[in-house]
Ligand binder design. Structure first.
Ligand code: PMP
Length: 367
């Protein structure tokens, strides 16, 4: 019991946004616009849905053990030699956790961006590692220069979120290239590219090229965002085959589900055009939302993800509460130390317009 207590004590309780049902019940609403968890509101895509329906009668049977079909599709997509460069997990969150289990021991150190996905410090602490948090720079961007200063011979993992959640910013290719050569011998650079598909063309370093070149770099991705499969929990990593072997030894068997696997294959093979079409709508709305937010006195940050992040002239927790009462779920960023900042996912155009309408109304009340 004490051991359990100690672990729980080390961690923050993971708080995801309120559910739609909860918000409807709490505020007596009949509909809610959910823009707090960076989900894809144009999905599920048609062939993914069909593939899941085709599998539903077989959920009493474990999925194929090695997930070869999905791994082969991913290997081709990323230009690695074969499926031995890929492994899967129940969403990127589970992949991150298994990577931490694979690499970390008591006494190791890890570096995390202070304003970033909160899972990195939690899974590192659980493994007994010391967490060194490095604040973002003045442009809300992860500073690899500051990361390099914080590294030492005990640093085992550098967790890099690119694009970063919650700010949507990316590190430059030049900084990335420089940083890879600064890492101590035993250190692994784990790049969480959950939002990579939404980044501007050419904005991101080609992480896989570093992996192929034999650098100690790991790329983590997900079907939850661009592919719109958050409820089915399919994430993956691309890494050197030796690392994949260790990862597969440490992670549990059957760490992916039958419906999700079938959907992921269909998304890659049959829904690619639909994914791109909807992404274009989301990226277009991202830029439009930022312009409209600017027009009402907010200061948006350029985002390479499927959400916007901006400073506002009011307390963002209060504004979020008012938005909730009006049926719009968003994510205030006070938990990251940003009292006047908010993260809002890009939904469908109709949902985005509803958010813009309601935030204008809330600002009107506060002015
Ligand atoms: N990494 C980042 C940066 C995220 O924002 C999220 C989810 N919000 C995840 C990983 C986990 O995604 P999933 O487990 O759904 O693949």
């Amino acid at each position: 019991v004490n051991g359990i207590r100690k672990k729980a004590f080390l961690c923050e309780k993971y708080v995801s946004g309120k559910s739609m049902d909860q918000v409807m019940a709490d505020y007596g609403l009949t509909s809610v616009v959910k823009l707090g968890s960076n989900e894809n509101m144009y999905a599920p895509y048609p062939n993914a849905l069909k593939a899941m329906r085709d599998q539903i009668d077989m959920v009493n049977i474990y999925p194929e053990r090695d997930y070869i079909r999905l791994k082969e599709l991913l290997a081709t997509k990323f230009g690695v030699a074969g499926p031995e460069w890929i492994s899967l997990g129940h969403g990127a969150g589970n992949v991150l956790d298994s990577v931490a289990k694979t690499l970390l021991e008591e006494g190791d150190e890890v570096i995390v961006p202070e304003q970033s996905y909160r899972l990195y410090p939690e899974i590192s602490k659980i493994m007994g590692a010391k967490v060194v948090e490095v604040p973002l720079d003045a442009t809300y961007t992860i500073s690899l220069k500051a990361f390099a200063k914080a590294m030492n011979d005990k640093t085992k993992i550098v967790w890099l979120c690119n694009p970063n959640n919650p700010t949507g910013t990316v590190v430059s290719k030049e900084d990335f290239d420089w940083f890879v050569d600064q890492m101590p011998q035993n250190c692994w650079l784990v790049v969480d590219e959950a939002y990579a598909e939404f980044a501007d063309e050419g904005a991101l370093p080609d992480v896989v090229s570093y992996i192929k070149a034999g650098k100690q770099v790991i790329d983590i991705r997900t079907f939850s965002k661009y592919y719109g499969l958050a409820g089915q929990r399919i994430g993956y990593l691309i890494a050197d085959p030796d690392f994949i072997n260790w990862y597969d030894t440490v992670s549990e068997p059957f760490n992916s589900n039958r419906l999700g696997l079938a959907a992921a294959c269909a998304l890659l093979e049959q829904d690619a055009e639909e994914c791109e079409r909807c992404k274009a709508l989301m990226v277009n709305d991202r830029e439009r939302m930022n312009k409209e937010l600017e027009a009402i006195g907010c200061v948006p940050v350029h985002s390479d993800a499927n959400f916007v992040f901006f400073e506002m002239p009011y307390d963002a927790v209060e504004v979020s509460e008012s938005l909730l009462r009006r049926g719009v779920i968003v994510r205030p960023c006070a938990g990251w130390g940003y009292r006047r900042h908010m993260r809002v996912s890009i939904g469908t155009t109709e949902q985005n317009n509803e958010f813009l309408k309601q935030i204008r109304a809330v600002f009107g009340e506060l002015a």
